[in-house]
Each structure stands twice: as C-alpha cells, then as structure tokens.
Design a protein around this ligand. Sequence first.
Ligand code: FES
Length: 148
Amino acid sequence: MRFTLNGARRAVTAHPMKRLLDVLREDCGLTGTKEGCGEGECGACTVLVDGAAVNACLVPFAQVGGAHIITIEGLGGRHPLQHAFVEYGGAQCGICTPGMIMAAVALGPRSSLDAPTRSSSPSRWTPFVDASGSERSAREPLKPSRRS
Ligand code: FES
C-alpha cells in the first residue's frame, strides 16, 4: 500500500487489518508513536491522517492508502509545541507525550485556548495543567527562554 509518511512517499506491505500503530512501529521503524491502552481511550498513539488526529491503535492499515500521515518524528524536534512542552514541563514519561503533542498540533494555530478540555491524550501521571500551559505557550510568539 502506498501512502505519504512524514512527507515522504512510502510503499509498505502489511496485512490490511494490521493496526496503523503497528505498521508505523514495526514496518516503518517509527517508534515515537506509543501504545498506551490499545483500545482508543488514552490517545498515546495519536498521529495525523490527512490532518486529523486519529488513534493509530484503532485504524486498520487498509484505511490509509493514499493518505498523508504525520507522526511525532515528522515534526523533526523543531515544532514550537515540542519546545513549549519542554519549556513548561508538559513533557511526561514519554509514553503519552508524543500523542499529546500530535493532538495539540491537530488543533492548529489558535490565539488562545482559554478553556482547555481533556478531550484527548489525558495523562494519568501529570497534572493536565502543565500540558495545556505548554500548548497555550506554543501558540504565542516564541519568547526568549525563561530559564536563561
Ligand atoms: S493506545 Fe491508542 S488510544 Fe490508547
């Protein structure tokens, strides 16, 4: 099956019912997308498919033919949200952080997130306020580090 992964055309042969999560990790070697619950509840496996945030653990590989998929690796470590998660303590143990960032990327640029909700990627380990503060700060113009 052919699709675009992080901006590059890919052709992967896998069972059509194999989970996109497993195709990304096992067939494409992109282990940044994590498995938490494996049943569509936690959002740890969130990737973008044609710009929409999806739980890769619930998507059969057969559904992504011709799609444009972006994983956490596709952000290249340079996305403002990644910097903000580090700067404001939104980063967590590493299991759910990539999914939280991808879910936030799917929201697109906004002037504010005045009423954040726990719609996706709720962490069970770190107060949500840290992640939502990181998301909010990433939507503001980049400022000099507050740690310098
Ligand atoms: S691992 Fe996919 S939603 Fe939890």
